[in-house]
Design a protein. Structure first.
Length: 166
């Protein structure tokens, strides 16, 4: 079982591609923060209520510590970004984000960090996603997320189409 901290953009991508249910079928120990939850509540409410997505709520003292932590990070990282980064550090968990600066900061801090393509690979490997469904979801993702590494996406699409028999 993976201990994973979710950033908003991954949850949004999973929602847009219809893969939230597939992701939560992995039965990972998945967390986010109350700051991130404000951005995605309507997409993940059922998973929070069902206990599949755990939410870290910050106390006033913890928010002050988070602001201090944010001040030591690149200015382009939002408070929400810093909240999941700090939580991943504290829990020694994998950080799941599509934010390039956040990925790089996490990796420099020796936090394992991955994006949506890694999750596609994991869901396929664990059998909660078929190659055919992966192709459809990737095509949707490519149409909605302009920040993806196109070469990697197209390599995967080609491979999955072959695996799907088409």
């Amino acid at each position: 079982m993976i201990l994973a901290i979710q950033d908003a953009n991954i949850l949004i991508d999973l929602h847009h591609t219809g893969l939230l249910e597939n992701y939560f079928a992995l039965e990972n120990d998945t967390h986010t923060t109350d700051l991130v939850l404000q951005e995605v509540w309507h997409n993940v409410e059922a998973y929070v209520r069902g206990g599949q997505l755990k939410v870290k709520t910050f106390t006033a003292d913890e928010l002050l510590a988070l602001l201090t932590f944010k001040a030591s990070q690149p200015a382009s990282l939002s408070l929400e970004d810093c909240s999941v980064f700090q939580l991943a550090l504290q829990k020694q968990a994998i950080l799941l984000t599509g934010e390039k600066t956040l990925l790089n900061c996490a990796r420099r801090a020796n936090v394992e960090a991955h994006g949506i393509l890694w999750l596609f690979d994991l869901m396929l490997e664990e059998g909660v996603l078929t190659p055919k469904a992966a192709v459809k979801a990737m095509e949707t993702l490519l149409a909605t997320n302009p920040r993806l590494p196109l070469d990697e996406c197209h390599k995967r699409l080609h491979k999955w189409k072959i695996q799907a028999g088409g």
